[in-house]
Design a protein around this ligand. Structure first.
Ligand SMILES: [Zn+2]
Length: 277
C-alpha cells in the first residue's frame, strides 16, 4: 500500500473524460452536469472514502446507467483507453494494494454498482492485480476502519510496515505480516492498512513471488554476484538499500532482504537450501 502521484499520470480533467466517454451528443447538460461536477468535488474533499462519500440518489437511478456503461470505453481500442494506459503506466508493475507484480485490472475505488456517477472518473480508477481486485468488496462500507487505501488521495508514509519471519528447515521460507507497531503516524491509517492486508491476504498473494525472490538471491550469493570474501549480510543489506531508494522502504522485497541480512543462519550458508541441484 503506497501513495502514487496521480497528477503525474497526466489524464484529462474529469468532465472532459466523462464527455468523451459518453460520446458526442450524449454529454450531460444543465442540472445533471452541475450535479455531477459537485459530486466529483465532494469525492476529492472526502478523499474517496466510502464512509464519507454519500451515494447519489439521482445517479443511482436511470441517469447513472449510461455512465456505468461508458466504463467500457476504457477498454482497448475504445474512446478513453488512454486513461487506462496512463494509470497503468503510473502504477508500473507493482500492485498498489499488495505490491505484487501484475496490476492488470482496473478497480473502481468506489464501486460502480453503488456509485455509477464515478464509473469513469479517472481518480476513482486504480490498477490492481486480479487477486486484490477480486477480494476487495464491491459494496459500500460504512466503517472508516474498513476503507481501502486510496493510492492517489491517501498519504501513506514511506516507512516499513511489514514484519518478516525467516524459517529454515529443509528449505527457507519468509513469512510476512503487517507490523502492528509500524510508525505510520495515524492510528486510523494503520487500522485501514491492517484491514486491507488481511482482506486481500497479502501473504497468499505474494507467496509464489516470495519463493522466486528467495531463490534468485540464493543464486546471486552462490554465483558470481558476490565479490570474493564479501559478507553475505552486507550484500543483502546493500541490496535492500538500493531497492528501497528506488521503490520505497515499505516495499516487501526490502523487508525480506533486511530480515535475511539479519539472519545469521541464512547468511552463514542457510541460503544453500534454496539452490536448485
Ligand atoms: Zn494486488
Amino acid at each position: 500500500m503506497r501513495t502514487l502521484d496521480f497528477q503525474a499520470a497526466g489524464v484529462s480533467p474529469p468532465m472532459e473524460t466523462l464527455d468523451k466517454a459518453l460520446g458526442p451528443g450524449n454529454e450531460l447538460k444543465g442540472r445533471p452536469r452541475t450535479l455531477i461536477e459537485r459530486l466529483f468535488e465532494r469525492y476529492l474533499k472526502c478523499l474517496g472514502r466510502p464512509d464519507l462519500v454519500r451515494k447519489s440518489r439521482y445517479f443511482s437511478g436511470a441517469p447513472g446507467k449510461p455512465i456505468e456503461t461508458a466504463y467500457r470505453q476504457t477498454y482497448k481500442g475504445k474512446r478513453i483507453y488512454g486513461v487506462r494506459q496512463s494509470l497503468q503506466k503510473l502504477v508500473g508493475n507493482r500492485c498498489p494494494s499488495c505490491g505484487g507484480s501484475r496490476p492488470t485490472e482496473l478497480d473502481h475505488h468506489l464501486a460502480k454498482t453503488d456509485y455509477p456517477e464515478f464509473s469513469v472518473l479517472p481518480i476513482n480508477l486504480v490498477p490492481y492485480c486480479g487477486g486484490c481486485n477480486g477480494k476487495k468488496s464491491d459494496r459500500q462500507v460504512a466503517d472508516p476502519e474498513k476503507a481501502f487505501i486510496h493510492p492517489y488521495l491517501d498519504i501513506v508514509p514511506d516507512v516499513p510496515y511489514l514484519t518478516v519471519a525467516i524459517q529454515q528447515n529443509a528449505s527457507v521460507t519468509a513469512q510476512i505480516a503487517f507490523d502492528a507497531n509500524a510508525a505510520l503516524g495515524s492510528d486510523l491509517l494503520k487500522k485501514r492498512m491492517a484491514h486491507q492486508f488481511e482482506t486481500v491476504d497479502v501473504p497468499t498473494q505474494l507467496a509464489s513471488e516470495i519463493v522466486e525472490f528467495l531463490e534468485e538471491h540464493a543464486d546471486n550469493i552462490a554465483g558470481a554476484g558476490l565479490p570474493d570474501g564479501a559478507p553475505v549480510s552486507s550484500y543483502l543489506a546493500s541490496t535492500a538499500d538500493r531497492v528501497a531508494a528506488r521503490l520505497g522502504h515499505s516495499f516487501w522485497k526490502v523487508a525480506i532482504l533486511r530480515a535475511l541480512a539479519a539472519d545469521a543462519v541464512f547468511c552463514a550458508g542457510g541460503y544453500k537450501a534454496l539452490l536448485k541441484p
